[in-house]
Design a protein around this ligand. Structure first.
Ligand code: ADP
Ligand code: MG
Length: 258
């Protein structure tokens, strides 16, 4: 797999490019601090992987960025030129809710999902053209009449990815997209994400437990356990004392477990 790493131009400030900046984020639920003092910074075109044990707050961080959870601190999207807004976020949840026995087609599932969003919803032939063009962003135009329940794991991920890209977001979040996908599907998905970030210049934030592929695809890794314990290039985080302490694992610079 050859994955091009997006390089933020050296010396470029955030005023020359766009970025997502999370500052001093805190989330409390049920009287407990789930996240405290979380800082995160990612440029458009970057892929950032969040790692951490179960219960570390990865999904909570994503839901806060999505605007689904009350939080303290700030979450800002900065466009080239310095204008700041709340980011438009595309989201592929950890376990999407649909019934595999349900005869719903990709077209119908897609149409129902985008009709809940504040975008113009066409009908009939125009709807079909619209869904086809969305699926073509992930080379999935031929999937339109398949039953959702009949899709392979990799095809389902592509349909969910196409849905998360409509309307085109500033930031794409995928919660454990590699879980339950076989090695071939995993490589295809990572290549698709690399293509998507290049074509649409968006940043991708994903959580994963697969440390072996981090060096190939991630520009940056964030080790989270209620706060950011370490952030940096994959090799730096994987060989850090914080990583060893959290996972009780030694990982060599190549990303492989010894
Ligand atoms: P991860 O995705 O890293 O496994 P989560 O973000 O799902 O972690 O959960 C982080 C912690 O927050 C867990 O201890 C979980 O039990 C707790 N938690 C998540 N949602 C709520 C909630 N609505 N109320 C109380 N505790 C919650
Ligand atoms: Mg989670």
């Amino acid at each position: 797999m050859t994955v091009r790493k997006h390089i933020h131009p050296p010396g470029a400030s955030c005023h020359d490019a766009c970025c997502l900046r999370v500052t001093n984020l805190g989330v409390t639920a049920g009287g407990a601090d789930i996240l405290t003092g979380v800082d995160l910074h990612m440029h458009c075109g970057q892929i950032v992987a969040v790692i951490g044990p179960n219960g570390a707050g990865k999904s909570t961080l994503f839901k806060a960025i999505l605007g689904q959870l009350p939080h303290t601190g700030t979450i800002e999207f900065e466009q080239a030129g310095g204008k700041r807004t709340r980011p438009l976020v595309g989201y592929v949840p950890q376990s999407p809710a649909f019934d595999r026995g349900d005869p719903v087609s990709v077209l119908d599932f897609f149409a129902a999902a985008i009709s809940r969003r504040p975008v113009f919803l066409p009908t009939g032939k125009a709807l079909r053209r619209k869904v086809t063009s969305c699926l073509e962003r992930v080379h999935g135009g031929e999937l339109i009449d398949k039953r959702m329940g009949a899709l392979s794991g990799g095809e389902l991920q592509r349909v969910l990815l196409a849905m998360a890209l409509e309307p085109l977001p500033h930031v794409l979040i995928l919660d454990e997209p590699l879980s339950g996908v076989d090695i071939t599907g995993e490589h295809q998905l990572l290549e698709m994400l690399d293509e998507v970030r290049t074509n649409f210049d968006l940043s991708i934030l994903l959580s994963t437990h697969d440390f072996a592929t981090l060096e190939q695809f991630a520009d940056k890794v964030i080790l989270l356990r209620h706060t950011v314990l370490r952030a940096g290039k994959p090799a730096e985080v994987l060989t850090s004392p914080e990583f060893q302490e959290v996972f009780h694992l030694k990982v060599s610079a190549g990303g492989e477990r010894p």
